[in-house]
Write a protein that binds this ligand. Structure first.
Ligand code: SOE
Length: 380
């Protein structure tokens, strides 16, 4: 039974804001927590749209200026679900106000911003976390557990892909995710960041150097008149796409594994295929988010067999449904919020930290530099 409450303020209420909201709303109903979240306030620039979103999603109050939200006495946690161009400013202000911060990925749009966020986190009483939700897929957490226990032996290969197809149509509008000043980069930062984090998390190794190619297949698109989630409506005017549509890179991992990564929004027919295969000296693992309740395991002398990751002793699963009933995308966010609240409530540092987010940011920057120069880029 939880006794204390903690106020939460959400900045941004589009796709990520909605999925975080359902996590804040449900987490205490399914997990025993040291603190119970109270959905104190949401901020958004349009009063009417923010009021409507708050009413639908269960937020008690509305602010039209995130600075007001950050300074509210009833807000102790600030949840940042805005495009990357505002992450650093909001997170640093919240940390300076002594608030705990959970920030959507990628941590920032540049390495310099991410470094400033890490410095602000180190100087603050507040705890901070970057929201790489795929770590909290039960099958991915199980994979990490198996690698850490040595079940795969020495890791030789990491094969990671994040495949989507939502901008294959050249008339799909120029939404913020396709603008460098808002998003930092394209498929690279948006979904490549996830596979970088997931690969590093599961293997326990960091990426120490990369050789990369990036491409923007559709260089001009109709301007967006409105956008929401991954959709949008277009005008008759066109503008330049300023980010990559796809990024491919190979890399070396810190304990000697060779890795390959592919992040693209042009994989026609693939909707949200975050895939990871790891080959070790004793066995292999394979995962595909489009079948997120399954992990494929090979013990070396056999081919792959399917493990249905829905047993109560699998990570996070015991809080939910009976075996075989399965979880979805939204549960990964509930798990992330649960882990964040446990850390905040017990006075420990949540993971992945802003420093982990900075590490991913350095890999993203190295990929861009390698693609531009055509040479292998080491990561300090
Ligand atoms: C769009 O590519 C997107 O919504 C990402 O921004 C999310 O991080 C990912 O979980 C799903 O796809």
């Amino acid at each position: 039974m939880t006794q204390t409450t903690i106020g939460v303020g959400l900045v941004g209420y589009a796709f990520m804001g909605r999925v975080h909201s359902q996590a804040w709303r449900n987490v205490a109903a399914f997990f025993d927590l040291p603190v119970t979240p109270v959905m104190a306030a949401l901020s958004g620039r349009s009063l009417s749209a923010a009021t409507d979103a708050a009413a639908r999603m269960g937020w008690a109050a509305v602010e039209t200026d995130w600075k007001e939200l950050v300074n509210r006495d009833d807000v102790q946690i600030v949840d940042i679900c805005t495009p990357g161009d505002s992450h650093a400013e909001i997170a640093i202000a919240a940390l300076q106000a002594g608030k705990h911060v959970i920030c959507e990925k990628p941590l920032a749009n540049t390495v310099a911003e991410a470094e400033a966020m890490v410095a602000a986190a180190a100087a603050s009483q507040g705890r901070s976390m970057v929201a790489f939700n795929y770590r909290r897929v039960p099958a991915v957490a199980l994979a990490q557990r198996m690698v850490a226990a040595g079940e795969l032996g020495q890791i030789r290969h990491v094969r990671a892909q994040y495949l989507q197809d939502w901008i294959v149509d050249p008339d799909f509008p120029l939404v913020w995710r396709l603008q460098k000043d808002k998003a930092g980069s394209g498929a690279l930062g948006d979904i490549g960041a996830h596979i970088i984090d997931t690969a590093q998390f599961v293997t326990g190794q960091t990426i120490v150097g990369v050789s990369a190619l990036t491409e923007t297949f559709v260089k001009e698109r109709p301007l967006a008149s409105a956008s929401s989630g991954l959709g949008g409506s277009r005008t008759s005017e066109k503008g330049a796409v300023t980010v990559d549509d796809a990024a491919l890179f190979i890399g070396r991992m810190s304990a000697g594994a060779l890795a390959s990564f592919e992040a693209t929004r042009f994989a026609t027919g693939r909707k949200n295929a975050l895939r990871l295969e790891i080959n070790g000296s004793l066995g292999s693992l394979a995962f595909d988010f489009e079948a997120m309740n399954e992990l494929w395991v090979s013990s070396g002398d056999s081919g792959f067999r399917r493990v249905l990751v829905t047993e109560p002793d699998h990570p996070y699963v015991g809080a939910w449904w009976p075996p075989g009933h399965g979880l979805g995308y939204e549960h990964t966010f509930t798990h992330e919020i649960k882990d964040f609240l446990e850390a905040v409530g017990t006075g420990s540092d949540p993971s992945p930290s802003f420093a982990d987010g900075l590490r991913v940011q350095r890999v993203l920057a190295a990929v861009e530099e390698s693609a531009a120069s055509g040479s292998y880029k080491e990561i300090a």
